[in-house]
Design a protein around this ligand. Sequence first.
Ligand SMILES: Nc1ncnc2c1ncn2[C@@H]1O[C@H](COP(=O)(O)OP(=O)(O)OP(=O)(O)O)[C@@H](O)[C@H]1O
Ligand SMILES: Nc1ncnc2c1ncn2[C@@H]1O[C@H](COP(=O)(O)OP(=O)(O)OP(=O)(O)O)[C@@H](O)[C@H]1O
Lengths: 216, 216
Amino acid sequence: KRTFGVVGLGNFGATVANELQRFGNHVIGIDIAQSRVSSHADMLSHAMIVDARDDVALREAGIGDCEVGVIAIGSDLEASILAAINLKLIGVPAVWAKATTKTHHRILTKLGVDRVIHPEVEVGQHIAQVLHNPLVRDYVSLGNGYHVVNFRIPQSLEGKRLADLPHREKFNLRCTGVMRGTEFVGQDGTECELRGDDLLLLLGRRSDLRDFAASL
Amino acid sequence: KRTFGVVGLGNFGATVANELQRFGNHVIGIDIAQSRVSSHADMLSHAMIVDARDDVALREAGIGDCEVGVIAIGSDLEASILAAINLKLIGVPAVWAKATTKTHHRILTKLGVDRVIHPEVEVGQHIAQVLHNPLVRDYVSLGNGYHVVNFRIPQSLEGKRLADLPHREKFNLRCTGVMRGTEFVGQDGTECELRGDDLLLLLGRRSDLRDFAASL
Ligand SMILES: Nc1ncnc2c1ncn2[C@@H]1O[C@H](COP(=O)(O)OP(=O)(O)OP(=O)(O)O)[C@@H](O)[C@H]1O
Ligand SMILES: Nc1ncnc2c1ncn2[C@@H]1O[C@H](COP(=O)(O)OP(=O)(O)OP(=O)(O)O)[C@@H](O)[C@H]1O
């Protein structure tokens, strides 16, 4: 069983803490506010009232035993920064933290935080992409310049064969799957006639995916 | 060119507005705070100081011409709710809004908001998943109970052939791709020897993916 520490039990921190606990991990959640701690006392292995600016209190809370510490303090920049310094000080092997601004991000990185998270920015980018192209249901970046996109089938393509789509020749995309409900009904190389509610999974470079989407 | 309205230019709203503008759309951004509006005046088609609780001012800002209005006011519940009522009132066809709490979510849904977004909760769930299983680089839900997961190759699988992995028989998973750098080097049915930095793309049900990940 692995041990995780979450510093700050706002929306982000509480979600991380509860989910990790639900997956079967040992979670220590701390917050300066009594109300936050009480509302998590039943859910987490340990929920304690601690000021993250106090490294002694953090140690006493057992944060030093955590393999990863997640700092989830958004609006108090000083508290977030001190928490990062303290977690590194007490020897937590990996520290992740959420940041509110680019400056906040830079400071945390300089302090050795291993991963900085911007929930509003990341979700904002996602929402803008989905609004911009309503045929894009969802997508994931593979980290190598390639993405997998879950496209809706536009009316213009209903009834068309997958083999007749221009995604390969014109856009260098690979169809890694077509799903109909929970059935896998096709991929590049197989016979497949597209229907209205199918999910079309395409793999390719961002710019090619965007050009393909624009052509639909 | 499509027109979008963004009400509230905090981290989330500003990201949505700037990205949509960058993609070539016409964006009207409004905020009650002068500083937010000035910092966006150069970037957006229109950036205006408006109190979203004032439906007349919203109309004058041109929000009635938007195909989608995004409400990005987090902490002021009353302003967010009034903004939602106003956008429906002035006839914006689709209204999306970010919410901070479950109650906020319920109220917005009751008011006819088409999509409610919780950036901190959505990213929190994602972070918890990636922390829980470090072999999971990233994943996307397909909406039908199936997911596509981007797995790292654990040391125990280096040098193994894709065909020898138990993902198909034991876990009902489909390998839709193996990427090495920017090269697509395999998928179920092809000869492929796995190397350390490969990206393994697996498609399957959430529980099966979790069991497979746990077995690694
Ligand atoms: N010094 C501190 N020590 C411990 N916890 C703290 C400290 N300062 C703030 N917190 C807690 O961190 C939590 C999150 O902080 P805050 O509300 O500022 O961030 P947020 O970015 O708005 O949160 P979220 O968006 O995740 O809801 C709060 O519950 C708050 O009580
Ligand atoms: N009545 C209003 N009319 C227009 N804009 C408003 C109104 N009330 C608040 N705003 C603006 O909405 C923006 C975002 O609000 P707020 O900071 O409360 O949310 P947030 O959830 O913390 O934002 P984010 O997380 O996106 O940075 C702010 O720039 C604020 O000025």
